[in-house]
Design a protein around this ligand. Structure first.
Ligand code: PLP
Length: 348
């Protein structure tokens, strides 16, 4: 029987979480004089004078319907970046434990590890941008608490082999975190449905990408009830503000619009790839399962600076291991992609 108590930091296991004003009674009430709020209202059209629901109950119910997971298996955070940090703070003893990351990958795993004074052991992806299972097995020791896997991976864009991830899930005693920020664009299935199979699995998703809500900062983690309980204990009490909760709830009713944008993004991605391939300074375009592409060029820095001069910002990834000469380009609207291409066609 898998027991996450064996992984938890001792101080977290023993932690009495903050009890917010509205956690401490049951039943109906209409006069709230418990939280030192301004009882008169807010100097705005919408009233935000009350603290938000600390457990984001309504948002979780809607997410639960969309994702097919019980609400008790969902954590909602101030972006999925918050979930990353909370996992570190819950499971990893600063200066003692380590985590494994597989670069080139999303930079926040390393930064969050640094902030929490944790060693992030790097096991590079293979030349094909897949997991190096042998390398990971060698890097694991008794102090390895978490392994971060990003699929589809940022910045390479590809999905990681499902069998490899399952091998890790079946053999690692710590927690495997699968970051599915770009899953809505992917041909691969989410790992959310595997939560009942693996007690050591955390799947992260976000409303920042396909859902078009990066400005609201709403991210999710899906995991066993035990892991979610720990994350809720460690998070700041009101981690997702009221405006974000209300707007996320409203947006989550517009699945069709989002699906339309996903389809359009994928069509645009295919078109962009075809045209980019024709450019003399493009040497490779890696297969993408996301809303961006990684493009290998003969002169990444020069192209990046040229585009900046024309008011177009992409991401220069040429200094990243295994990404020499590479630029990461987000798929824009048809109009934006056209501007990008016509500008690139002027590059000498
Ligand atoms: C792989 C990956 N995970 C997480 C995030 C951050 O997501 P959020 O906006 O929910 O914090 C990003 C943002 O670029 C990302 O690329």
């Amino acid at each position: 029987m898998y027991d996450i108590n064996n992984l938890l930091r001792k101080n977290i296991k023993n932690l009495t979480p903050y009890s917010s004003a509205r956690d401490e009674y049951t039943g109906e009430a209409s006069v709230f004089l418990d939280a030192n709020e301004n009882a008169f209202g807010s100097p705005l059209d919408t009233a935000y004078n009350r603290y938000p629901d600390p457990m984001q109950y309504k948002v979780k119910i809607r997410l639960s319907e969309i994702k097919g997971v019980p609400a008790r298996n969902i954590f909602v955070g101030n972006g999925s970046d918050e979930a990353i940090d909370i996992l570190f703070r819950s499971f990893c003893n600063p200066g003692v434990d380590n985590v494994i990351i597989c670069p080139p990958t999303y930079g926040m795993y390393q930064v969050s590890a640094n902030i929490n004074d944790l060693e992030a052991r790097k096991v590079l992806l293979t030349e094909e941008y897949q997991l190096n299972l042998e390398g990971i097995a060698e890097a694991i020791d008794e102090r390895t608490k978490l392994i971060f896997i990003c699929s589809p991976n940022n910045p390479t864009g590809n999905s990681l082999n499902r069998d490899d991830i399952e091998t890790l899930l079946a053999n690692f005693n710590g927690i495997i975190v699968i970051d599915e920020a770009y899953i809505n664009f992917s041909r691969q299935k989410t790992f959310i449905q595997e939560l009942t199979e693996y007690a050591n699995l955390v799947v992260m998703q976000t409303l920042s990408k396909a859902w078009g809500l990066a400005g609201l900062r709403v991210g999710m983690a899906f995991a066993s009830e035990e892991i979610i309980e720990v994350m809720n204990k460690v998070k700041p009490p009101y981690n997702v503000n009221e405006a974000s909760q209300q707007l996320a709830l409203e947006a989550l009713n517009n699945v069709q619009q989002v699906n339309g944008w996903i389809k359009e993004t994928l069509d645009e991605r295919d078109k962009l790839v075809l045209t980019l391939k024709e450019l003399p300074f493009v040497t490779d375009i890696y297969p993408s399962d996301a809303n961006f592409i990684l493009v290998k060029t003969t002169d990444a820095k020069g192209i990046y600076n040229f585009l900046v001069q024309h008011g177009i910002i992409i991401r220069d990834r040429s200094k990243v291991e295994l990404c020499e000469g590479c630029l990461r380009i987000t798929i824009g609207t048809p109009q934006e992609n056209k501007i990008l291409l016509s500008t690139l066609q002027q590059y000498k």
